[in-house]
Design a protein around this ligand. Structure first.
Ligand code: CO8
Length: 258
């Protein structure tokens, strides 16, 4: 297992708990966080003992955005030549589900990171926003696309163009988050959601994630065809036989990830 400077990792009962750990700078996402998270997520994708991850932030932020101090002196050429922040694409391409447990500020890149995850469980203290316009830039980690797909044009334009922060209640109302929970219950409820997912068959979890994710990219007819092929393919798994036999026999299923 690799060791990391900017993130904490704990693996328990098929769940990887990942904490972004730069609380002094509200977990600002610098290149090191990106590199470490991208590499960890690839490692977890190929770890047969892990079904799902929970991502949160240490202290009072989930992540208050990309690291402004790291970005400030960049030029277009240096950004372009490095393809600055392109490794976030690897994080977003995770094949196993990631639950974002948003404990506080999720601003700019922090909001974009939460939106790369599959389920967003927000503490009532969470705050979301895309304030990049105030810094003379724009979303750069997928926010203009994922936010618009999540909440529609009217809300996305409001958030991106005004740069205003919204609270968890508003985020819930506009469909940005999956659930809002009391701050003290955040990790318990995120863990319960992860445990529910982790109780299922890993290849089946992955197929379910893959087809929902495909809906964001494919026209409906293609998406439905993709869903049907994957659904049909799942009948080649032992876990389909086990799941259906367990139901018919009125017993709990014993999935084997096969
Ligand atoms: N980057 C670097 N440092 C940060 C960041 C950040 N995004 N956010 C907070 N910090 C630091 C502060 O500088 C401060 O450090 P120090 O103690 O050394 O001065 C520490 O964290 C605590 O912050 P504050 O004192 O400001 O705490 P407050 O409670 O007063 O305010 C806020 C909290 C409102 C969250 C405030 O910190 C804030 O506005 N932060 C910036 C939010 C922001 O603008 N985020 C967007 C960043 S740009 C971005 O994410 C672009 C993404 C796409 C890039 C892709 C490139 C290809």
């Amino acid at each position: 297992m690799s060791t990391y400077n900017t993130i904490l990792l704990e693996k328990k009962n098929r769940i990887a708990f990942i904490t972004i750990n730069r609380p002094d700078v509200l977990n600002a996402l610098n290149s090191e966080v990106m590199t470490e998270l991208a590499s960890l997520i690839a490692e977890l994708d190929s770890d047969p003992e892990i079904a799902v991850s929970v991502l949160t932030g240490a202290g009072r932020a989930f992540a208050a955005g990309a690291d402004i101090k790291e970005m400030e002196s960049h030029s277009f050429v240096s950004m372009y030549m490095e393809d600055y922040f392109s490794k976030w694409d690897r994080f977003a391409a995770a094949r196993k589900p990631v639950i974002a447990a948003v404990n506080g500020f999720a601003l700019g890149g922090g909001c974009e990171l939460a939106m790369m995850c599959d389920v967003i469980i927000a503490s009532e203290k969470a705050k979301f926003g895309q304030p990049e316009i105030k810094l003379g830039v724009s979303p750069g980690m997928g926010g203009s696309q994922r936010l618009t797909k999540a909440v529609g044009k009217a809300k996305a334009m409001d958030l991106v163009l005004t740069g205003r922060m919204i609270d968890a209640t508003e985020a819930d109302r506009i469909g940005l988050v999956s659930r809002v929970v009391a701050a003290d219950d955040l990790m318990t409820i995120a863990t319960e959601a992860a445990e529910a997912i982790a109780s299922y068959s890993i290849p089946v979890i992955m197929a379910n994630k893959e087809m929902v994710s495909a809906s964001l990219e494919l026209p409906t007819t293609e998406g439905v065809r993709f869903e049907r092929r994957l659904f049909q393919a799942l009948f080649s798994t032992q876990d389909q036989k086990e799941g259906m036999n367990a139901f018919v026999s009125k017993r709990d299923a014993d999935f084997r990830d096969k």
